[in-house]
Design a protein around this ligand. Structure first.
Ligand code: ZN
Length: 230
């Protein structure tokens, strides 16, 4: 498998180019910006992009999808629960002081238990509402989890982390979404921002359980605060 990660745009979203060495078919995850650089990687490996898969409809993840779609003819996939957010791309651009990126046409919605198949590449889709309503993660090869902004590795604490301050839809749903990941084994976290991290799958599982505990405490603390105010 060919896998290159390129941080793109002002928010340095990690765009992944994943290629099948035999068929040269490829997937691009979250082409938020800098499409010329993404295409340079595609050309360097002599790949043909078949699918552009988006973890969620924030502009730093989807902003370059229209250009990449035009350049490659690849299908763009996004969960339908983020279509409303996608319609607000120009507003998102204005908030960030970026130029408008145009209307991104989605070819297909991806959702829970869908499978992405390109050449010999295969990834499972898990719907993980929380950061946004239509957030999804992609589990490739039962080893590598592409998490968008739903889950990340914190290199300061050397632990898994979910970010409440960047949770735009529902923190309690984000916890439930991450809880379902306990049913899967993975050993790599490829997050939407920052570095990627490997730990053995049994340790990843334990760290995910610990993260869910921390999130539950956080939720209970907030609930108690509401009762205290009432
Ligand atoms: Zn986001």
């Amino acid at each position: 498998m060919i896998h290159e990660i390129l941080p793109v745009g002002p928010l340095q979203c990690n765009c992944s180019v994943i290629g099948d060495e035999a068929s040269r078919k490829a997937i691009v995850i979250d082409p938020g910006d800098d499409v010329a650089d993404v295409l340079a990687i595609v050309q360097k490996h002599n790949l043909k992009v078949q699918q552009i898969i988006i973890t969620h409809a924030h502009i730093d993840h989807v902003g370059g999808a229209k250009k990449l779609q035009a350049a490659t003819g690849a299908a763009v996939l996004l969960n339908q629960n983020d279509y409303a957010l996608l319609k607000m791309l120009d507003m998102q651009a204005a908030w960030l002081g970026m130029a408008p990126v145009g209307k991104v046409e989605i070819d297909e919605s991806v959702g829970q238990a869908d499978k992405i198949r390109v050449g010999s590449l295969s990834a499972d889709v898990l719907h993980t509402p929380g950061h946004t309503e239509g957030s999804v993660v992609y589990l490739y090869d039962r080893r590598c989890l592409f998490t968008g902004d739903s889950l990340a590795w914190n290199f300061e604490t050397e632990d898994l982390e979910a970010f409440r301050r960047y949770c735009w839809w529902s923190w309690s749903e984000q916890r439930q979404s991450l809880k379902q990941l306990l049913n899967y084994r993975f050993e790599w976290v490829f997050a939407g921002h920052g570095g990627s991290r490997y730990v053995p799958s049994f340790e990843m599982h334990a760290r995910l359980e610990a993260l869910l505990e921390r999130m539950a405490i956080d939720l209970n603390a907030r609930l108690n605060l509401v009762f205290a105010i009432l």
